[in-house]
Design a protein around this ligand. Sequence first.
Ligand SMILES: [Zn+2]
Ligand SMILES: [Zn+2]
Length: 470
Amino acid sequence: MEMSRIKLEGRDAYPAKTEGGISDVFSDKPFILAKARWVGDEEVSVCIGCDNKFNQLRRKHHCRQCGRVLCAKCCKEKVPLPHLGLEEPERVCDLCLPISELITKARSKITAFQIEAANGISKGVQEPETIIQMVELGGLQTLIYLTRVNSSDQVKRSCASGLHTLATHQPLLPVLAEAGAIKALCSILTNVLESQERLIVDGLSALMLFCKNSSLKTRAIHDGALQPVLQLCGMSSSSAIALLAVQTLNLITEDAKSHQAIIESNHNALGKLLALTVSPDEQMQEGSLKTLAKLSMGTEWHRHKIIQEDFTSGKMILRALKNRPKNIQVLCNVLCLVGNLATCEQDQASLMEYMDCVCRLMVEFKARNELVLHAARAIANFAKCQQNAYRLGQHTADVVAICMKSNVPEVHYHGLRAVFSLLKHSTAITTMDLMKDGATEVFTALASTPGAIENIQQSLLHHVVEIAGP
Ligand SMILES: [Zn+2]
Ligand SMILES: [Zn+2]
């Protein structure tokens, strides 16, 4: 059996594997762990337990659990090792014994033994001295196995805690995922009671660690992370849990393939997220708005669904635009979201009030570049639509003063986009506004845009010919 080495607590570790290439111990019912390498008699001269030299009186014995060579004193106990396919009692060394017994107990049908195993392994992985042995002897697979065969609260609690601890070790994440840990965590979190706060926090925190890992995010979604996370987003009585769920959901939405499932889910994900945007907790506002902003980046249909749901739930986004949180990132997130929604042509009529708020925010926070950037982008997106031209035209002076005169290139660019759209939709009024102030900026920007003057010349020539006729 090929061993793959990882670093754990600064030392080499060889996580246990299953025999015959079966690796997902949550789905595959019977499984046996691969036996450790049998250390050759000739390789050793002293007992690794007591350091005494082997001789005629002190004979060599193999531990069936770890495969190492010890003296009879250090390798005297006999234990059945069902996880290795050994049902009869076998010689196990003193170094392996405590862990070996726990893993053996997990295979028993007696609930009390299984609870003891889950507790013991969960505690063992928390200790830097024992975690490596736990992982090498199959503690990781045992926790996953126990979540499948025992649904008692104690086992669930210990397994969630143990799997969470293991997941905090970055090199173990791929091993855990392969062994079915994400499925195990999802099964623990599904239909959990609100009162089981410790268990939920452990389970969610562990899921979050998988979702943070860019190469395991898709795996986490595939293994069912979305359902429990969506379910827990709406848990109102514990804000800590809801916040963890929203932050995990936010990580999941980084994978655009998840958007459809979130928006179409029967957990009313959009309604829950929108309700959280006006939560008293600013971290929650920030997280839910960021998640919605990501969801609004996909298709026009997704944006439409968000706008529809916002109207159903009482215009939460509008309320978020009118809030004045201490953390400016909250406002940046809501502006980013509205900027995306502004491209949704079929819903422009519903968004007029939002557009006014965006303009007011830009003026109020004109000294904050990061906020102005999001506002300018939203305004430029709104300006593209003919029906917004009149109402947005009332803010031309602000766009000129704040965006066109900004020394942040992106802000300047969005300002120019907005002015061009306005010129196109309501030429006379916008021109008059620009003549009062801003014409210089527009013409300078035009002159410095590669190809702009040539294009205007071409266009003028074309139209002049049309008017003049042959
Ligand atoms: Zn010994
Ligand atoms: Zn041993």
